[in-house]
Write a protein that binds this ligand. Structure first.
Ligand code: 2IP
Ligand code: CA
Length: 369
């Protein structure tokens, strides 16, 4: 298929696989990983959640690759693709290098060479990965998205979370699923999230989540899985399992950082409370129907963590709402990045997410009295 005929959701899904491949390569190359784990500072850091917040070359590179590919194929969107990370990484000589994806692989290679202190082999393999294009047939996805999604591109903005659960990504262990099919931590909690929203209404309209470390194969390599959804005026479509509502256990996911008191309230109302890492992963588990919902009372997630999964939950008839919000139940709303400070884009009242509005209403009442 030629790039020109791709829909935005197809493009996002395909570039999420390029991103997943970069994430897997950086993870499997210990040299790359140890060279490039860097602590975030100032407004960029998620201080509410981590005493030390890190980013890796994979975070920065993935964000640039996704933004470049979408902006190139859909020029209307070129200035409307936003991400969690800034585009700089410091090399071992202490110089800030701005990561740029060139029009040619060689330009990207030259840039990576500087970031990687002239490590030719690593720079070349990452440049090849950054320019690699997949076909839909190569993806591990349940169903393929439509060729036309009828979105008005002039009104769309995109939020990218290049590597969600960076801390689990750095630690790099494989985890075993619990009885609900959920990993409480580990590489399985890492997701790449690409969310599309309507700039006028603030509503998510489409989303892609790629889980690069979905399954550890017997040869020691990881295979990924990707998911997509559209929730526009014309379509409510997704690649998620069907009939999830009938089979969902009365389980709620929370952060390991959540307040005891919140867990108690949920338990007293008959919910089993399970913790897992990664905001994107917890939202994905909710969209997959593994749990009834995800509750967070803290200000530790951002628009890029929630936008893609929010579109998925809307496509199922659910939602993602503000949690600590006694006056009323309100959906999270999305807007473009106009300031550099990450705190501006924080979901500061926490979140309640579910594939069923009634569950959100029940939990909202429980927690807000
Ligand atoms: C993080 C990541 C964390 C999450 C935090 C996010 O994003 O998803 O795991 O905390 O809210 O902002 P928790 O695991 O407690 O849910 P990133 O890894 O992109 O910084
Ligand atoms: Ca994140």
């Amino acid at each position: 298929m030629s790039d020109v005929s791709q829909s935005l959701i197809q493009c996002a899904l395909l570039v999420s696989e390029t991103a997943a491949d970069i994430a897997r390569q950086c993870r499997s190359n210990t040299k790359l990983l140890s060279l490039l784990v860097q602590e975030k500072s100032g407004d960029d850091a998620n201080r509410g959640r981590f005493a030390h917040d890190f980013k890796t070359l994979a975070d920065v590179l993935v964000q640039r690759v996704v933004a470049k590919r979408i902006g190139r194929q859909f020029t209307e969107l070129a200035n409307n693709v936003f991400g969690e990370e800034n585009d700089k990484i410091q090399n071992n000589c202490g110089n800030d290098v701005t990561i740029k994806i060139g029009d040619s692989m060689d330009e990207t290679f030259q840039c990576l060479l500087e970031a990687l202190d002239d490590d030719m082999e690593s720079a070349r393999s990452l440049a090849v990965a950054a320019h690699k294009k997949y076909t839909l047939a190569q993806l591990n996805v349940k169903t393929l998205p439509p060729e036309k999604e009828c979105l008005n591109l002039k009104e769309i903005g995109v939020w990218i979370d290049p590597i969600d659960s960076t801390n689990e990504y750095i630690v790099g262990t494989a985890c075993t699923e619990n009885e609900y099919g959920i990993c409480s931590k580990g590489l399985q909690c890492v997701t790449i999230n690409i969310g599309m929203f309507d700039k006028k209404t603030g509503r998510p309209v489409a989303g892609v989540i790629n889980q690069p470390f979905h399954e550890l194969l017997s040869n020691g390599k990881w295979s990924g899985h990707c998911y997509w959804a559209i929730c526009s005026e014309q379509y409510k479509l997704n690649s998620l399992p069907t009939n999830i509502k009938e089979n969902t256990p009365k389980v709620v996911l929370t952060s390991s950082n959540e307040e005891e008191a919140v867990t108690k309230i949920l338990q007293q109302s008959g919910y089993t409370v399970v913790t897992a890492s990664g905001a994107g992963y917890k939202l994905l588990c909710t969209a997959l129907g593994l749990v009834s919902g995800y509750v967070l009372t803290k200000n530790t997630t951002f628009l890029w963590d929630t936008c893609a999964a929010h579109a998925m939950l809307l496509s199922l008839g659910g939602d993602v709402c503000h949690c600590v919000c006694p006056a009323s139940l309100k959906s999270l709303s999305y807007g473009p990045k106009i300031q550099s400070s990450n705190q501006t884009y924080c979901n500061s009242r926490g979140i309640i997410a579910s594939h069923e509005i009634e569950i959100i209403q029940r939990i909202h009442t429980l927690l807000n009295g």
